[in-house]
Design a protein around this ligand. Structure first.
Ligand code: NAD
Length: 339
């Protein structure tokens, strides 16, 4: 909170001035959204590929900077949307220029690098936010209406092969989204992890499975693959008297609950009675209305509002570091298992 107030004081203009570093597949969308956001001014963008930078700048009526230092000098905040292994250097330079940073996921390639950035950000009094965009998925957010305390969580994320993202193993590319989701819904620390995986098309791990046990007894099973025919992104949550299934891709959330009286659920689309230990109980089926939203726009809006103290980051640097730490443990375990 104190930090938020200080952020307000150091802002150079009435609206934060923002920039985008790295305007490839995803970075161009950051440019588009900052142009649309009313509470930020887009100063411009920078990419080591100057031709690419010029094309994106022209497309979104922005300015292509020839030098990253010149962009940082005029910005209060930047999005870092460069390949993962460059996040550390790009974000470090931005933070040293007193810029708040929105870093696309994963925060960095190693936990040591993430720790370095977190320390530096604290010293420079700037915010780090991380692009774990699934946390803003309206289908997942629908769970907030329920008292979630899972005993078992099953998450599956499958994607057809594309070259993009294969600079890192599938655990850091895809599974890290689900690790972040898991850590956000299980209110306990990780007790132990088992993991295995295989390489199919690349030199690194393409298919991974992790079983994570938490201190409170919750068990989770996560499968991620980048060798699949169809895209699948599903989260299933099992807990005492509740089963929720969330299709992150289709934006569908369905919740089954056991309740004592039918009137205890006003949102149920269906209710059926059954006997448990001789007692009459009711199973309800709910399907919350999920409104389609542009989650990247929401995410960047949350970043802007967080840096001026109007909101708190949905995924801050510490959360990004926590997801990376678990992902790294899983990845190391898979490598050990193979050798
Ligand atoms: P990309 O390869 O399409 O684009 C990266 C761009 O960065 C390129 O234009 C490249 O020229 C530029 N670049 C490289 N090094 C640079 C540097 N030092 N300074 C400035 N520009 C530099 O990659 P992408 O698919 O857009 O992915 C970028 C990042 O976003 C990765 O970390 C990736 O993991 C992440 N990502 C996140 C999601 C998500 O769901 N949140 C989805 C896709 C990608």
């Amino acid at each position: 909170m104190v930090k938020s107030v200080i952020f307000l004081v150091i802002m150079k203009n009435d609206k934060p001035v923002v920039g985008v570093i790295g305007v490839g597949h995803l970075g161009q969308h950051h440019v588009k959204h900052y142009q649309l956001l009313e509470d930020a001014n887009l100063a411009g963008l920078y990419d080591v590929d100057s031709k690419r930078a010029d094309i994106v700048a022209k497309q979104y009526k922005s300015t292509s900077f020839k030098n990253v230092s010149d962009l940082l000098a005029v910005c209060d905040a930047v999005s870092v949307v460069t390949p993962t292994e460059t996040h550390i250097d790009v974000a470090e330079q931005a933070i040293n220029n007193s810029c708040h940073v929105f870093i696309e996921k994963p925060i960095t390639k190693t936990v040591e690098d993430a720790d370095h950035l977190l320390k530096l950000a604290e010293k420079q009094n700037v915010l780090i936010q991380v692009g774990h965009i699934e946390r803003l998925n309206p289908a997942l957010r629908a769970l907030q209406a329920y008292n979630i305390n899972p005993k078992f969580v099953e998450i599956q994320r499958l994607a057809p092969y594309t070259v993009r993202g294969t600079d890192v193993p599938v655990v850091l590319d895809l599974m890290i989204h689900d690790i972040d989701i898991l850590l956000s819904i299980v209110k306990s620390s990780v007790k132990n992890i088992r993991a295995s995986g295989v390489s199919i098309l690349t030199d690194s791990i393409d298919i991974a499975h992790a079983r994570i046990r938490f201190e409170n007894g919750t068990v989770a099973s996560i499968v991620s693959s980048r060798i699949a025919q169809d895209k699948v992104r599903k989260v299933k949550v099992f807990q005492q008297n509740l089963y929720a299934t969330i299709d992150l891709l289709l934006g569908i959330t369905e919740v089954y609950q056991v309740i004592d009286k039918p009137e205890d659920s006003s949102d149920a689309l269906m209710t059926a009675s059954f006997k448990r230990n001789g007692e009459e109980k009711y199973i309800t089926y709910e399907k919350p209305v999920i409104e389609e939203q542009d989650v990247l726009q929401l995410e960047l809006h949350n970043f802007i509002c967080s840096m001026i103290g109007k909101d708190v980051p949905i995924v801050d640097g510490k959360a990004g570091r926590a997801a990376l730490a678990v992902a790294t443990q899983i990845q190391d375990m898979i490598i050990q298992d193979i050798h």
